[in-house]
Ligand binder design. Sequence first.
Ligand SMILES: Nc1ncnc2c1ncn2[C@@H]1O[C@H](COP(=O)(O)OP(=O)(O)OP(=O)(O)O)[C@@H](O)[C@H]1O
Length: 259
Amino acid sequence: MTNMLEINSLTKTYGGNVILNGISLTMNQGESLGIIGESGSGKSTLSRVITGLDNIDEGEVVFQGISLDPKKGKSLKKLRRHVQIVFQDPSSSLNPKLPVWKSAIEPLENYTDAMPAYLQHVKHNKKSMAEVLFNKVGLSKDLLERYPHQLSGGQKQRVAIARGISLQPDLLICDEPTSSLDVSIQAQILNLLKELKRDLNMSYLFISHDLAAVQFMCDKIAVLKDGTILDMFRTEEIFSETRHEYTKKLVSIALQNAL
Ligand SMILES: Nc1ncnc2c1ncn2[C@@H]1O[C@H](COP(=O)(O)OP(=O)(O)OP(=O)(O)O)[C@@H](O)[C@H]1O
């Protein structure tokens, strides 16, 4: 079976500083992989490189058997159709000048042939498509005409998630999707993401510094430090004696925070 995503010896530098240092990992369709690491470890850089928002210095990213060369527009276009991203700050993905329903369906306007099955019955009415998407992410249709500044942080993140699933991507990258939200809202958003993953059969690359969130969301976890993957394991093996010392430290900090 071909891996859905394969990253081989990926290196990325900024101004001579090595930010990602020989990263290799694989993901199968339907699997969710968590990337855990401290601030500055290179998590967001990794998501930007995978989505083609930033170029690769060395190594390769292969998505569904196709190597992504940023210079080849065709492979990037295919990638963008199948890989979507939800960022930490929902305001960054919503246009402040548009009612939020328009932002939610924007990806569909760029890929008119990529309508998911669950939108087919409303495909001739853009606003109805947005209403179906809103329903999927637990937002009332009364919010369709609102502007981003008229919504709470949690509601904005739900709109960003609606946008993220609008093409039913094979891979949804979630880059710290709950970090900007109140603690009381974080669990709701994680539950929503988990439900959507099951419902739409997506894979997640879930990036976070919150070990409990990664543990809740993911089948596998990779630990990133200073641009290097130190440890990678199935989530149920998180407490194993064979874990890297650094992972054990993260686990013990997470346990202390939970008390
Ligand atoms: N465009 C850029 N130009 C120069 N340096 C950059 C750029 N983007 C990121 N960096 C540097 O790369 C390192 C890793 O940043 P990155 O944002 O990937 O880390 P992170 O693990 O996502 O951190 P955080 O959790 O704080 O978002 C940091 O030292 C950062 O200063």
